[in-house]
Structure formats: structure tokens, C-alpha cells
Design a protein around this ligand. Structure first.
Ligand SMILES: *[C@@H]1O[C@H](CO)[C@@H](O)[C@H](O)[C@H]1NC(C)=O
Length: 286
């Protein structure tokens, strides 16, 4: 600017000197203003871009799966402990009120699994899916390996029959398991009846036929239905369990629990309780 003005002041038109100077100053001010506006506009633009970028990333987060939120929630210190200890505290004040899990136990299949339950000594029953023609070639070794997935024919002994005392221990152990989860686990309760899909069978090794009512009317006051059987196992497998239906959040709503009658003894009671908690944990997906 200085250079320009100096150059012009040396021009040979002194008449226009003042006017020209005035014009130049106005021009200069206008230029500075323009410059200022331009810089401002640019930074404003930049801000806008930044904002939209930020909004973009917010969108990504808010559209991500709800499971991420659940996992984040679980990661928060104290949360898991509180849930495990079952202290309601502030959790009851939350919008999504969680309630102790209601486990419904169905014993209808106990002693009524065709080809799989030991009803009398010397009954030959299926473990897994042994080839029919192989009888008695693939006889189970009750104390041998593999404990769970061996497909074989099992020769029933007196210990494999679930009599009155064994049935009583079964109900006691599973009742305790259900109570343990009631204290340990809070879930968003199922609204109305828990309705199961029309699976032909729920569970493993032939599973258990779902009662029609569970599909049509559903089960009242339940968050999880466990269908119980007492089929023999080999090795030291006390019990096993599998989930057979999950809700849209991946939470199990139906499962099959099998407890070996041979292990329904007074001596195994404590071990059985611990095992059942462990097995139902698996059903729930932990
Ligand atoms: C099953 O076990 C009993 C008693 O040990 C035995 O007498 C019987 O022969 C066995 N049955 C078969 C098919 O192996």
C-alpha cells in the first residue's frame, strides 16, 4: 500500500491528489474489510465442517448396536458387582426397571424321555445318537471318556433310575439354583406371558418336546423356562444344559437342563448345586 501511495503521490496530477488519496484510503479500508470478512467466512466454514464432522461421528455412535451400550454399561465399575450382589439400590429408580430373573422349571419330561430315560435295571438307552444297527457294539462305558458327546448305548443300573428320593433332590437343587439367580441376576422382565416358538424339541440329545401351551398361550411370570430331564451320562458329568431359544437381545428364554440320576445323591448335593449354577450360567450366555 505504502509503495502504491508513494508512487502515486509522485504522479503529475496534483489536482486529483487529495481526492485520489481519499479514494485510496476508502479502497484500503474496503480491502481490509473484505480481507477480514473473507478470513471470518473461511473460519466459519471450517467450524461448520468440523461441526458436521462431529455430528457425523455422533450419528455413527448412536446408530451402533444397543449391545455396545449394554457392554459399556456392564464395564462401568460397580455395576456388575451390584447386579451380582443383587442390591436393588438405585437400579430401581432407573427408567428400565430391572427385576430378579424368574426361572420357570418344568419337570414333565423327568422319567418320560422315550429311549433315553432309565426306567428299570438293564434298560438299554441312547446317549447321543448311536447308530441303531450297532447295538450292542457301541456300549457306553459309564465311567469312561468321552463323558458327554459319546454316541453309545447305555445299560441302565439301579443308580440311573430316578426314584422318589432322587426326584426330590433334583427339585431341591434346581429350586436352589433358581433362587440363587433370583438374588444374583436382574433382568428387564418379560411383559405378559413368555411365549416360545414352535420348536419340535428344545435341547440336546433329542431334547424335550415343548408343551403346546408354551407356544400358544405362553408361560406366566417367567423370564426363562428350563425343561428338566434326568438321563444318564458317562464319566463324571453331573449335569449339562443348553439354551434352545433366545429373544431378540440374545437372552435365553428357554433351555434344557439334564441332571444324571447317578449323581443325585446326598453326598453330591453341594457339588450338584454349584454345577447347576454353572450350567444355567451357560444357558444364559455367560
Ligand atoms: C447290562 O448289564 C447287566 C448287568 O451288569 C448285564 O447282565 C446285561 O447283560 C447288560 N446288557 C447288555 C445288553 O449288555
Amino acid at each position: 500500500m505504502e509503495v502504491f501511495i508513494n508512487k502515486c503521490s509522485s504522479c503529475s496530477v496534483p489536482r486529483f491528489d487529495t481526492k485520489l488519496r481519499f479514494t485510496l484510503v476508502v479502497f484500503e479500508i474496503a480491502l481490509i474489510l473484505l480481507c477480514f470478512l473473507a478470513i471470518n467466512a473461511e473460519s466459519h466454514d471450517h467450524q461448520l465442517q468440523q461441526q458436521s464432522a462431529e455430528r457425523g461421528s455422533e450419528n455413527v455412535i448412536s446408530h451402533s448396536c444397543i449391545h455396545d451400550q449394554i457392554i459399556e454399561e456392564r464395564k462401568r465399575p460397580g455395576r456388575q458387582g451390584r447386579a451380582l450382589l443383587g442390591i436393588p439400590e438405585s437400579s430401581l429408580q432407573q427408567k428400565d426397571v430391572k427385576q430378579p430373573i424368574r426361572i420357570f422349571l418344568n419337570y414333565d419330561a423327568v422319567g418320560h424321555s422315550p429311549e433315553r430315560d432309565c426306567r428299570k435295571v438293564g434298560d438299554i438307552v441312547k446317549l447321543g445318537e448311536p447308530p441303531v444297527a450297532s447295538l450292542p457294539g457301541t456300549a457306553c462305558n459309564p465311567y469312561g471318556d468321552p463323558p458327554l458327546y459319546g454316541d453309545c448305548w447305555y445299560n441302565c443300573t439301579v443308580d440311573d433310575i430316578s426314584g422318589k428320593d432322587k426326584k426330590h433332590r433334583l427339585r431341591k437343587a434346581l429350586g436352589q439354583t433358581s433362587d440363587w439367580f433370583k438374588r444374583a441376576l436382574a433382568v428387564e422382565p418379560v411383559k405378559g406371558n413368555l411365549r416360545l416358538s414352535g420348536y419340535s424339541a428344545c435341547g440336546q440329545d433329542g431334547g424335550v418336546q415343548l408343551p403346546r401351551g408354551y407356544v400358544e398361550e405362553g408361560v406366566a411370570d417367567a423370564d426363562l423356562v428350563l425343561l428338566v430331564t434326568t438321563r444318564p451320562t458317562t464319566g463324571n458329568t453331573l449335569a449339562w444344559a443348553v439354551a434352545c431359544e433366545r429373544d431378540q437381545w440374545g437372552r435365553a428364554i428357554a433351555g434344557h437342563v439334564n441332571v444324571a440320576p447317578r449323581h443325585l445323591t446326598a453326598e453330591a448335593e453341594t457339588l450338584l448345586s454349584a454345577t447347576l449354577i454353572h450350567e444355567v450360567m451357560h444357558v444364559l450366555g455367560f
